[in-house]
Design a protein around this ligand. Structure first.
Ligand SMILES: C[C@H]1O[C@@H](n2cnc3c(N)ncnc32)[C@H](O)[C@@H]1O
Length: 246
């Protein structure tokens, strides 16, 4: 498995979350294996319910679609993962979305792509209009009944907090829309080209459709470690539930 996150602070939250999961999860080793063009770390965990240790790689992609695509391609070519898992923060778009909620991807789509007549909005010509998440991974995670999840479509584009009007139109068009971010569909397009299964867990850091000041909401999310650690710990519990088949 390769775990992809965009930002160093997401990585730090993931690392702290894993440490917070002790003794169910023991962080045996964390090693930097490559610095550039993308920081790659090797994580070895001991899971209470498994006899053996479990190793995966984590890659910090950087923000946005180009970073995400390049890092995903690098991760696939270096490690040939059976599954890509994308963990990060996002703008929650479903009705009643709350900061710190967890979203689980079933599909991915761009909100800032238009290739002209004959294509759907969001469709890169020659590609599917929408990419699918790995069904088995989604089902495995959804079975963790003690963790509430909002399942559905992730929207992606190279803009932080696109304006609410732009997003509202998508929310009306796609009833299963759950969140917006800046990497997921680019990771999904790359995963599609390399026929590698992908699933994403996105923690809600802001709610662009309802908040008066999304920027402040997002900044406040990162200001309180105690606040964001709990959803990251739940996200990593979900990731560890996949260890059985990886
Ligand atoms: C700014 C970083 O946080 C994520 N992110 C969090 N909230 C939003 C939002 N409302 N719009 C776009 N991206 C968002 C992106 O994926 C990027 O990595």
């Amino acid at each position: 498995m390769v775990l992809l996150c965009a930002m160093g602070k997401e990585h730090m939250a993931i690392q702290s979350a894993l440490q917070a999961l002790a003794p169910t999860v023991e962080l045996v080793e964390r090693a930097l294996v490559e610095k550039a063009p993308f920081a790659v770390y090797r994580y070895t965990l001991r899971l209470e319910e498994r006899a053996t240790e479990w190793t995966f790689h984590l890659i910090e992609t950087g923000i946005g679609k180009v970073h995400a695509a390049l890092a995903t391609q690098r991760a696939i070519e270096l490690y040939h993962p059976k599954l890509l898992v994308n963990v990060g923060v996002s703008g929650g778009l479903y009705a009643g979305a709350q900061v710190c909620d967890l979203c689980l991807s079933t599909a991915y789509r761009y909100h800032d792509v238009w290739c002209g007549e004959g294509n759907e909005r969001g469709q890169v010509q020659g590609m599917p209009a929408q990419f699918s998440a790995d069904v088995t991974a989604v089902e495995t995670m959804a079975k963790q009944l003690h963790i509430p999840l909002h399942q559905g479509l992730l929207l992606c584009g190279d803009t932080f907090i696109p304006d609410a009007e732009h997003l509202r139109a998508f929310a009306q068009q796609y009833p299963d829309l759950v969140a917006v971010d800046m990497e997921s569909a680019a990771i999904a397009q790359t995963a599609y080209l390399y026929q590698t299964p992908l699933v994403s867990i996105r923690i809600v850091s802001d709610t662009p459709l309802t908040s008066q000041d999304h920027g402040k909401q997002y900044a406040d999310f990162w200001r309180q470690r105690d606040f964001f650690l709990a959803p990251f710990a739940d996200a990593m519990r979900l990731v560890c539930s996949l260890a059985e088949r990886l």
